[in-house]
Write a protein that binds this ligand. Structure first.
Ligand code: C5P
Length: 302
């Protein structure tokens, strides 16, 4: 029987995304607070007799299956680093929206690193896997650790944050995505001529997390990319307004968008929000998730 491993990996939202000025390397210095939420992709990685890496989508998803797929890049990197010579088939069952601002592609890279570590018994520590992940993309390291964490640098230097309790989120998912580089570019355009200060994480947000205080957290949510995402997709403003009108404790575009995350007071409140947002007609797909949840985890290894 072929060796095979399955990994489950969650998407993330950013509770805060503070974006510094554009740097010479084309990136922005960030101070961000990530939270993993219970919307999962599942990857099954198996050894094959043929050469090379093959990506296959399970279900109706339209992910790229070539070298631009971040799972492919992660597999290639792991094979090179650890002299793995067998072929690999990576099947991806996607629930995290593509180009949705929830690190869906990065999560697939994180899951691939964790999966290959397990499949070949490499014995890598979590921080070693995160370091490898940072070679693929800024959001990859967080997808490996998950939970609630501060990201600095490009967002790739991850430190866990004390977070009490579980939060009820309602996600408004868009049918079409936004390109992350395009949103950063629009952010630079909107801020042209302004003096941009060093990014920082707000104390009130961290305190809200420490105390498990959803009301304060709702007020502290902030995203420097939100104006840019709304500029490229004006419908997002309406979605944000509707969620707040229906009593969300706070609402925010996640990362570079276009997913919008609303914080609810309780599970029941989240259910009410789902119904209200769905019947408002401004958004097609509304789901309820909880956070934080752990990052990429092996669910079977045979
Ligand atoms: O690292 P990753 O490939 O996920 O980043 C995608 C793009 O997002 C970068 O090419 C850059 O345009 C933008 N980005 C940025 N500053 C960051 C992270 C990402 O400008 N800290």
């Amino acid at each position: 029987m072929t060796n095979q491993v399955s990994v489950r990996v969650p998407g993330k939202i950013n509770l805060q995304l503070s974006v510094g000025p554009l740097q010479r390397d084309g990136y922005h210095e960030l101070a961000t607070v990530f939270q993993s939420v219970s919307l999962f992709d599942e990857l099954t990685i198996s050894e094959t007799d043929t050469d090379g890496i093959e990506i296959a989508a399970i279900g109706k998803s339209t992910i790229p299956i070539g070298g631009e797929n971040l799972a492919y890049k992660a597999a290639e990197l792991m094979c090179n680093k650890f002299d793995i010579e067998t072929g690999l088939l990576i099947k991806i069952k996607k629930e995290i929206p593509i180009a949705g601002g929830m690190a869906g592609g990065s999560a697939n890279a994180g899951a691939t690193i964790v999966g290959i570590d397990s499949l070949f018994s490499l014995g890598l520590k979590r921080d070693e896997m995160e370091r490898i992940g940072s070679e693929i993309g800024a959001d990859v390291p967080f997808t490996i650790s998950g939970g609630t964490a501060i990201g600095t640098g490009r967002g790739d230097q991850v430190t866990p944050v004390l977070s009490r309790g579980s939060y009820n989120w309602v996600l408004a998912l868009s049918t079409s995505g936004l390109s992350t580089p395009a949103v950063y570019k629009e952010c630079d355009r909107l801020r042209e001529g302004l003096d941009i200060s060093k990014p920082h994480v707000s104390d009130s947000l961290l305190q809200a997390l420490t105390h498990g205080d959803a009301k304060t957290l709702g007020k502290a949510l902030s995203n420097d990319l939100q104006a840019a995402a709304c500029s490229l997709k004006p419908a997002l403003r309406l979605i944000l307004d509707v969620g707040i009108d229906y009593g969300a404790l706070g609402g925010i575009v996640s990362g570079s968008g276009p997913t919008v995350a609303f914080l609810a007071e309780s599970e029941d409140h989240a259910l009410d929000l789902v119904v209200a947002l769905t019947s408002s007609g401004v958004v097609g797909n509304v789901i309820r998730v909880a956070g934080p949840v752990p990052g990429a985890r092996v669910i079977s290894n045979t």
